[in-house]
Design a protein around this ligand. Structure first.
Ligand SMILES: [Zn+2]
Length: 118
């Protein structure tokens, strides 16, 4: 099944959907993923977690890297990594997809202390 992700509140809605179930924000047409029943169950399970007071929360972002083996790829990667670093994102992993022709994905993380502390 297809689920749509909301760039506004970070929630997701079951497709077909034009607006976010949570905040009614119009969903971008390309902001979706094909997921299995099991993956959806996992998302719902995670939704029930609550952030304990005083703990930092983490935000993650996954960026597709250029897969070619040349100087362009190096320059592109340099640009991506430095831009992300300047915005507080730390590279935590490079995830290769199955098959040599597929691009790698860079996983970035940044953290902040929640407002609970104030
Ligand atoms: Zn939303």
């Amino acid at each position: 099944m297809r689920i749509f992700f909301c760039p506004e509140c970070g929630g997701y809605s079951l497709g077909p959907a034009s607006h976010c179930d949570e905040c009614q924000f119009p969903l971008p047409e390309d902001s979706w993923a094909e997921v299995s029943e099991e993956e959806l169950t996992q998302l719902e399970y995670i939704d029930d977690f609550e952030l304990p007071p005083g703990l930092p929360s983490f935000e993650y972002d996954v960026i597709r890297l250029k897969s070619t083996d040349d100087d362009d790829a190096v320059r592109y990667s340099n640009q991506v990594l430095n831009r992300m670093g300047e915005s507080g994102w730390e590279l935590v992993s490079i995830v290769p997809l199955a098959g040599e022709d597929h691009p790698n994905f860079a996983v970035f993380k940044r953290s902040w202390i929640s407002e609970y502390e104030e």
